[in-house]
Design a protein around this ligand. Structure first.
Ligand code: SF4
Length: 277
């Protein structure tokens, strides 16, 4: 269906992007390391919170080698405010395995432990403009609605993206799709009237899908307590005893969750104290 409209569709989206693009700090670099950091931060945190954290993280760890040399506790401190601290742990581990530099080629990136298919393709595309097909949540929604009239599955979205991808400047193409998803093709209330592809979109005028399955209140609050444990230890350089930690947080799950965080490698025990890293 979209084959017939491929060119006009692309040019409408790219023209819209030329005037509406968001100015984001990770779009001003071609350094695969900096782009990788931004991609990991953006996985579960909103753009507005990532932007300042990204810049201060890169001031602290400007290269993959500096990140690899750092202690995990310092990396977790620099991650403050972003949540989902396991991402910092994985970033740090992957930096240590990367051997001092990060390639900008998708295949070489994919071969590194800790860098998955999406991240490898996105980093390669944004670092070099290479025509790599990939899809995040926004891209799945935008391309799915345009071509199928509904949100696409990941595999569908990657296939649609591969069919539409311009041979050059694929980085601009993906930034444009992400911006379209963030600014107009919103999950619940798409603003089709302002959309550059409204005339060719199979999903135009849809009211938006119902909110996705929410995580249970239990899972949400488990995550909250995990975050509170890491935050408390961030502020206590010499660490805290488990009892002091439980008293500070006031939640009975602290003991069990501290053990989980320890097994995951985010915490360790120094004598009777729990410390970060
Ligand atoms: S026309 Fe509406 S549904 Fe289609 S891409 Fe634009 S905002 Fe999304």
């Amino acid at each position: 269906m979209y084959n017939a409209t491929r060119r006009p569709l692309r040019s409408r989206i790219l023209r819209w992007y030329a005037r509406a693009a968001r100015d984001l700090p990770w779009r001003r670099t071609r350094d695969p390391y900096a782009i990788w950091v931004s991609e990991v931060m953006l996985q579960q945190t909103q753009v507005a919170r990532v932007a300042p954290a990204y810049e201060s993280f890169l001031r602290r760890f400007p290269t993959v080698a500096s990140l690899a040399r750092a202690r995990l506790a310092s990396v977790l401190r620099a991650w403050a405010g972003l949540g989902y601290n396991r991402r910092a742990l994985n970033l740090h581990r992957a930096a240590r395995l990367a051997g001092g530099s990060l390639p900008s080629d998708a295949q070489a990136l994919r071969a590194l432990p800790g860098i998955g298919r999406y991240t490898a393709s996105a980093v390669a595309c944004f670092a070099t403009g290479a025509p790599e097909a990939f899809a995040d949540t926004n891209i799945r929604r935008v391309l799915g609605r345009i071509a199928l009239g509904r949100v696409a599955t990941l595999d569908e979205a990657v296939a649609i993206d591969a069919a539409l991808l311009p041979p050059r400047a694929a980085d601009r193409w993906h930034h444009a799709l992400m911006d379209l998803g963030a600014m107009l093709c919103l999950s619940r209330h798409p603003r089709c009237g302002e959309c550059p592809v409204r005339e060719v979109c199979a999903g135009r005028g849809t009211a938006g899908e119902p909110a996705g399955r929410r995580q249970s209140a239990f899972a949400t609050s488990d995550r909250k307590v995990r975050g509170e444990i890491v935050r408390a230890l961030r502020g206590a350089r010499g660490g805290l005893s488990e009892r002091a930690l439980a008293a500070a947080i006031g939640d009975p799950r602290v003991h069990a969750l501290a053990r989980t965080l320890e097994q995951e490698g985010l915490l360790s025990r120094r004598g009777s104290r729990l410390v970060l890293g």
